[in-house]
Design a protein around this ligand. Structure first.
Ligand SMILES: Cc1ncc(COP(=O)(O)O)c(C=O)c1O
Ligand SMILES: [Zn+2]
Length: 405
């Protein structure tokens, strides 16, 4: 395994590959460091000969995969969306359908990585704070690999997400507070309980799983980088790690083309990263008031890291009006046949804003990350059901459609 240590993003201190969420010297976030010489032996051919899952990228992940690779996530479809590309006036539009993961969101990727680390550390319970999708992913992963699971979510999440968590058998704690309250609670608990909190003590491993979205996009485009990528911003990890994945492969010469511009979307009711981007200040926490519950994170752990990625890539961030979120879900579904949840609806809103401002256009090959499934957030669009009730009589239908004989 090429991972050799964890390194603090703030003070640069190096740590062993332990289950510590933050730097012992300054509490900064930690990222895995890899032996580039070992990684330099990886080729396009060795990657494509690997398993049909994130584990084909094991040389770029900080864990050894569990031996049986049960319920492995990844290798989700990258599909073109020609009708929407034409409507928007952009060269090419590709949708990365991370809804095709085992629990219908990209969260399965990072959880598989964190679970492998938890097993290595001898932990028997997986845990997390979650805005819903991570809870589903932890619950299913625990079932697949034989862990106990305990998940903590804000009370008041979409019922569909809670059902999915419960059906896999996890213990579900509904916390009276915002996601940021839940996150604080689990960080505190992670110091007291011998549980594998995937996005606290195991965060360096969990977050790294999102790099595989970038690897797959590049591989599926024939090891060529796209011109622009649009992703949602919750904690900022998905967005920043996609870019990190592109950057690693570019450095190793595994991909052709230049690094893509990275664009991120936040809902107007929770846009601390957009605000920091526009003002040039550090990210300042806000109190979320948005319908996009999966990205309702007021104190994003990787917000400043995401801003660095935007700067390095020549991208940026856009705010999306709350009033547009439900319409965006429907517009994306009508134009592509893909039903995303609120986070991709916000991402799509960011894409439309970028088109309106002329920052992406006819010369661009664009990828939009569909990070979660509309089936989990049907509440926003359930009013659309307007069935025409009829008897089983063809004449009635012909009459109705104006084709009476
Ligand atoms: C569907 C979906 N998209 C995006 C995000 C945001 O990801 P991140 O916290 O890595 O920015 C989340 C979860 O937080 C999510 O559930
Ligand atoms: Zn540090």
């Amino acid at each position: 395994m090429p991972a050799v240590s964890l390194k603090c993003r703030v003070c640069g201190t190096t740590h062993d590959l332990e289950g510590i969420g933050t730097c012992r010297s300054c509490f900064g976030p930690l990222d895995p460091v890899y032996d580039r010489e070992t990684q330099a032996r990886v080729t396009r051919a060795s990657i494509t000969a690997g398993p049909h899952s994130i584990w084909r990228y094991a040389d770029f992940l900080p864990v050894e995969p569990l031996p049986n690779q049960a319920l492995a996530p990844g290798m989700t479809p990258l599909v073109s969306a020609p009708r929407l590309a034409e409507e928007l006036g952009i060269g090419e539009l590709w949708l990365k359908l991370d809804t095709a993961n085992p629990t219908h969101s990209f969260k399965d990727r990072g959880v598989a990585v964190a679970a492998a680390k938890a097993r290595e550390l001898g932990l028997t319970t997986l845990a997390c704070s979650s805005t819903g999708n991570l809870a589903n992913a932890v619950a299913a992963r625990a079932a697949a690999d034989g862990f106990e699971a305990a998940v903590f979510t804000p009370a008041g999440l979409e019922h569909e997400k809670l059902i999915a968590t419960s059906v896999y058998g996890a213990t579900l704690y509904a916390v009276e507070g915002s996601y940021d309250d839940v996150s604080r609670l689990t960080v505190e608990l992670s110091f007291e309980l011998p549980w594998g909190f995937v996005n606290a003590a195991l965060r360096s491993y969990y977050a790294e799983g999102s790099k595989t979205v970038g690897f797959e996009i590049a591989e599926q485009l024939g090891f060529e980088l796209p011109d622009a990528v649009f992703a949602p911003i919750g904690s900022g990890a998905l967005y920043a790690k996609i870019f990190e994945g592109f950057r690693e492969w570019k450095e190793l010469g595994l991909v052709d083309g230049t690094l893509p511009r990275m664009y991120g979307g936040q809902a107007e009711g929770c846009q601390p990263v957009v605000t920091a981007w526009e003002t040039g200040e550090k990210v300042t926490p806000v109190r979320p008031a948005t319908q996009a519950l999966s990205i309702a994170i007021g104190n994003p752990a990787d917000g400043d890291y995401a801003i660095e990625a935007a700067r390095a890539s020549g991208g940026g961030f856009f705010s999306v009006p709350e009033a547009d979120i439900a319409d965006n879900i429907v517009e994306l579904a009508h134009a592509t046949g893909v039903w995303g949840e609120t986070a991709p609806a916000v991402t799509f809103g960011a894409l439309k804003e970028a088109v309106a401002r002329g920052v992406v256009g006819p010369n661009d090959r664009v990828v939009l990350v569909v990070s979660g499934d509309g089936l989990k957030t049907p509440g926003l669009v359930s009013h659309l059901v307007d069935a025409i009730t009829i008897p089983p009589d063809a004449d009635v239908v012909l009459d109705l459609v104006g084709a009476a004989v």
